[in-house]
Design a protein around this ligand. Structure first.
Ligand SMILES: [Cu+2]
Length: 193
């Protein structure tokens, strides 16, 4: 059972064996949700909250509210984008999420700043920033020309995220309420690819 042995060793075997239920319960990872939002026209889109501070080991779950989106780490593996997540972190790319309620999760363990974007909406400034533990890594550098101007403008500052913990998306709420009232959650006519 090599996998079980590795697990025990990784966790410090004696501790895991000696303190079963309670310790396991405490180790259940926290989950935070980021909604992927859009107004009915697709003219205003965004991750909400756009800025988040989480503890190492947190599960981040993106959920589609309207329109179609991706959550994609700023990383050279993702279409040659600049590296703006910690060097030790694994890049992620959800691919297209197209149905309301569709979700994608990652577990973020390495401390530092994680910047990410939505593939079809990066030019429109649909980006987000998550700080795991303490800020560090390439995401702490001010973004330059390698990011579209709207993306640069949208990223909340590290200072604000550290101070507020969660930075909400602004500018969509009133339209979204109207949108949801009209029961138009399925959004199949995005044409700007
Ligand atoms: Cu999007």
């Amino acid at each position: 059972m090599p996998s079980r042995r590795r697990l025990l060793l990784a966790g410090g075997g004696a501790v895991l064996l000696a303190a079963p239920a309670r310790r396991r319960a405490l180790a259940v990872p926290a989950v935070v949700e980021v909604r992927m939002r859009s107004d009915p026209d697709g003219a205003r889109v965004g991750f909400d909250p756009i800025g988040l501070k989480v503890a190492p080991g947190t599960v981040v779950r993106w959920v589609v509210e309207a329109n179609l989106h991706t959550t994609t780490a700023y990383h050279p593996a993702n279409g040659g984008h600049p590296l703006r997540i910690p060097q030790r972190a694994e890049p992620w790319d959800s691919d297209y999420l197209v149905e309301p309620g569709q979700r994608f999760e990652v577990v973020l363990t390495a401390e530092g700043v994680y910047d990410y974007f939505c593939t079809p909406h990066e030019m429109a400034g649909m980006v987000g920033r998550i700080i795991v533990g303490r800020p560090g890594g390439p995401g702490t550098r001010p973004p330059g020309d390698e990011l579209p101007p709207a993306a640069r403008a949208a990223l909340p500052s590290i200072e604000r995220i550290m101070a507020e913990g969660s930075v909400p998306l602004v500018g969509l709420n009133a339209q979204l309420i109207e949108y949801q009232r009209a029961q138009q959650l399925a959004y199949g006519s995005w044409e700007d690819n």
